[in-house]
Design a protein around this ligand. Structure first.
Ligand code: DC
Length: 227
C-alpha cells in the first residue's frame, strides 16, 4: 500500500519492549510516508557506550552528570541512522550485547532522560517523525497524532534477537541467556520510576507474535488512512 504524502506535520509514537519489531516497522512506515525515522533507543545506547568506554558506572547519576553537561549528540537520520557523540561516530558499536544492558541502566537516570528527551522533542517539532522507544506516547510526545504499543511474547522476541545475533555471527550467547536478558531489560524498563515503559491509554495495541512485518505495517497504514 502506498500512502499519499501528508502536507500537515504529524508524529507517530511506537513504544514497546525490546525485540517487538518496532524499528523494522518504524523504518517501513517512514519510507512509505516519506517522513523521518528516529530511533530513540540508539540515543541511550550511544550515551551508554561512551560512558562505559570512559569507565563510568552507568547506574551512578553523579558519575554520569558531568558527561551530560558536555554532551554533544548529533543524529543523522536516514536509512541507517548515524549517531555522533562528542565528535565520534559510535554507530558501529551500539548494538553490542553489553551496550544493551548498559543502555537500559543509564536510561533509568532522570537527568539522562531529561537531556535526551529534549533532543527528541526538538527533532519531532521540526519535522514529521516516526519515533520508536519506550516512553514516546506517554512522556516525550503525549500529543502525538498516532500512538502504537508494539509487543510480542518474551519467547518470540528472544527468538528474533537470537536469530539476529546469529546472523551477525560474533559472540552469540545461548538462546536461554538472550531470553533471560530480555526479561531483565523488560523488568528494568517497566519498573524505573521516571517515565517507565507502559502502554499509553490512547495507544493502539499491536501484538506482533504471529504477524509478519508486512502485515503489521499494512495494519498501521490502514489506521493512519482512516483517521
Ligand atoms: O530500543 P533499544 O533496545 O535500542 O533501547 C535501548 C534501551 O534504551 C532500552 O533498554 C530502554 C532504553 N530506552 C528508553 O528508556 N526510552 C526510549 N525512548 C528508548 C530506549
Amino acid at each position: 500500500m502506498t500512502m499519499k504524502h501528508y502536507d500537515k506535520h504529524f508524529n507517530i509514537a511506537l513504544d514497546g519492549p525490546s525485540g517487538a519489531g518496532k524499528s523494522t516497522i518504524a523504518k517501513a512506515l517512514a519510507k512509505n510516508l516519506g517522513i523521518i525515522y528516529l530511533d530513540t533507543g540508539a540515543m541511550y545506547r550511544g550515551l551508554a557506550y561512551v560512558a562505559v568506554k570512559r569507565g563510568l558506572d552507568v547506574t551512578d547519576e553523579e558519575q554520569i552528570k558531568p558527561l551530560l553537561k558536555d554532551l554533544d549528540m548529533r543524529i543523522i537520520t536516514g536509512d541507517v541512522q548515524q549517531i555522533i557523540v562528542n565528535g565520534e561516530n559510535v554507530t558501529p558499536y551500539i548494538r553490542e550485547h553489553y551496550v544493551s544492558k548498559a543502555a537500559s541502566d543509564i536510561s533509568a537516570l532522570p537527568s539522562v532522560r531529561i537531556k535526551l528527551v529534549e533532543l527528541q522533542r526538538e527533532i519531532a517539532k521540526k519535522d514529521s517523525v516516526v519515533l520508536d522507544g519506550r516512553d514516546i506516547g506517554t512522556y516525550v510526545l503525549p500529543d502525538a497524532e498516532y500512538k502504537f504499543y508494539v509487543t510480542a511474547t518474551p519467547e518470540e522476541r528472544a527468538k528474533r534477537r537470537f536469530l539476529q545475533l546469529s546472523e551477525k555471527g560474533t559472540d552469540v550467547p545461548p538462546y536461554e541467556k538472550v531470553l533471560a536478558d530480555i526479561a531483565e531489560r523488560d523488568y528494568n524498563d517497566s519498573h524505573r520510576s521516571f517515565a517507565p515503559l507502559k502502554q499509553a491509554e490512547d495507544a493502539v495495541l499491536l501484538d506482533t507474535t504471529n504477524m509478519s512485518i508486512d502485515e503489521v505495517v499494512n495494519f498501521v497504514l490502514n489506521i493512519l488512512e482512516r483517521k
